[in-house]
Design a protein around this ligand. Structure first.
Ligand code: ZN
Length: 247
């Protein structure tokens, strides 16, 4: 377990604890956000998605999930015991951008093969999770950005955990470019078989640092523990382990 260090908040002088690897920290007493290395205030937009569920509402949602849909054991809802529900505010970078990839390549699915040119034009709110969280399904998370408000520490429940960022703005932008390049190469494979030339341009329109409420749920069913990840803003199940129906 890493040892936490602390600095003093330059706004309220309260202690801000952080762990090695964290580079942007938010004060739990006043919500002020600091870049740890420089001690300077964080000057970019910091937003928050509000959690709209209580622990008992989340349990109800999980029970509904257990008793609906295909592929689940028929007694899943009845035989499961929810052993843990914890609310964590995860940090994300949301990079709103326009992008275009122009490409030229060879289409080999006909004889003789032909040279094809094309362009992919897209707009994204590209999401980068700002720290390592085992198996968080970032690409499946359709983040409900319409509900975001300026960060307000008073909206963070006392029992919830707020995680700091391990990735700065530049790194988030670099990762976004790499991921878009990979994603577009994947899309292009539907149109051509061999790439001759490819160039991607990205026009970043807005970058937001955001904390989103995510519930991590554990449940116990027939001698095993399973996990569920639920978005606390809209109540979407982002990921859920389902026991084999044959058990
Ligand atoms: Zn403070």
């Amino acid at each position: 377990m890493a040892i936490a260090q602390s600095i003093h908040c330059s706004h309220c002088n309260g202690p801000i604890e952080f762990k090695p690897g964290e580079i942007i920290a938010t004060c739990k007493y006043c919500g002020f956000t600091t870049v740890i290395q420089t001690g300077k205030p964080f000057t970019f937009a910091h937003s928050l998605l509000i959690n709209n569920y209580s622990s008992s509402q989340i349990e109800e949602l999980v029970r509904n999930w257990m008793s609906s849909g295909f592929m689940k054991p028929k007694d899943l809802e009845k035989k499961s015991k929810i052993t843990e529900t914890s609310l964590v505010y995860l940090p994300f970078w949301v990079i709103s951008l326009e992008t275009s990839t122009k490409y030229e390549g060879i289409f080999e699915r006909i004889t003789p093969p032909i040279v094809k040119k094309g362009e992919i034009k897209k707009e994204y709110n590209w999401l980068i999770i700002a720290r390592q969280v085992a198996s968080f399904p970032t690409r499946e998370y359709d983040i409900p950005l319409a509900g975001k408000i300026p960060y307000d520490f008073r909206k963070i429940e006392g029992f919830a955990k707020l995680l700091n960022s391990e990735i700065d703005r530049e790194e988030a932008t670099t990762l976004t470019k790499q991921q878009i390049d990979t994603h577009h190469r994947f899309l292009i494979q539907q149109d051509i078989d061999r790439i001759i030339e490819l160039s991607t341009t990205i026009n970043v329109k807005q970058i937001v640092y955001l904390h989103a409420p995510i519930w991590f749920i554990k449940y116990y069913y027939k001698d095993k523990t399973y996990q569920l990840t639920v978005d606390g803003s809209k109540g979407m199940v982002l990921k859920g382990d389902i026991p084999s129906a044959k058990l």
